[in-house]
Design a protein around this ligand. Sequence first.
Ligand SMILES: [Zn+2]
Length: 312
Amino acid sequence: MSFTSQVKLELAGQTQQSYCCVTAELGAFILGASVMTLSQHRHISLGFRTENATVLRRALWLFNKSGKAAARPRLLLRERMAGRRQYILQLSSEDSHRLLRDQGMLRLDEAGEERFSAPQRVMRRNCCRRAYVRGAFLACGYIADPRRRYHAEWVYQDRARALRLKRVLAQTGLAATLSARRGNVLVVIKGGDQVAELLKVIGAARALFSLENTRAEKSLKESANRAVNCDHANLNRQLSAASRQIAAIEALSMAHGLSALPPRLEALARLRLSQPDARLVDLGAQLNPPLSKSGVWHQMRELINRAQELGF
Ligand SMILES: [Zn+2]
């Protein structure tokens, strides 16, 4: 099951809701997953469309919670491309008008007929804003598997609907951006913190837990990688310093022979040639008398200076 389906399944199980939140969630469903048709008498009929059976059940549950139904909704099945099925929960015209009136989504035209309009209802309560975001996610939301990336999006047919969600998201502390794709308007949330916050807002506790687990694993892996890279860098530095020392010593050896050097420098030069990978501190320990790391460093410096005087 995709991560999106898991989250939707979890959300659909949230049945402890007050009436205000049922209305808010229904509003999000209407803007995110409905088809509206007009009968010849200019009556609006509302249908909820989805390919996801969980979402269909949720739409039916919300409808039943919203008030007394005038008629039982009809379930239509539409065959889509590539064998995909789309369910439509078709409401009676009377129920459709009731729902739209509750949402403030109807206005009267000059002829006194009710027409669909942008929602006039303002959500003042936090519980309702969260319910709206939850409904929008069920209706037209998608969330990527956090093991791949931190990304959530909603797909809307027009900009006004997308903007309404963006505003509600902002009220719950989530920063979304709008973008366009194939004639649709997308509301997008990115980043581990924001996606985690989204799951918190919609109350998907199980999904949040699995996201946090993935994040912890990822950051552990990243810090392990950093440690390995860091060791490599150190090693490279050591090796390139050692190879410069060896080249200098070989130049001195070819010019005058190592025995022409003062004894303390000769001993260090021979030690370095025999142990090209050894650290300075280890070379120093083998000298007689032993030398500290900085002592060895100064003598190496002197060897290199002498080689440079020879034109090395
Ligand atoms: Zn509420």
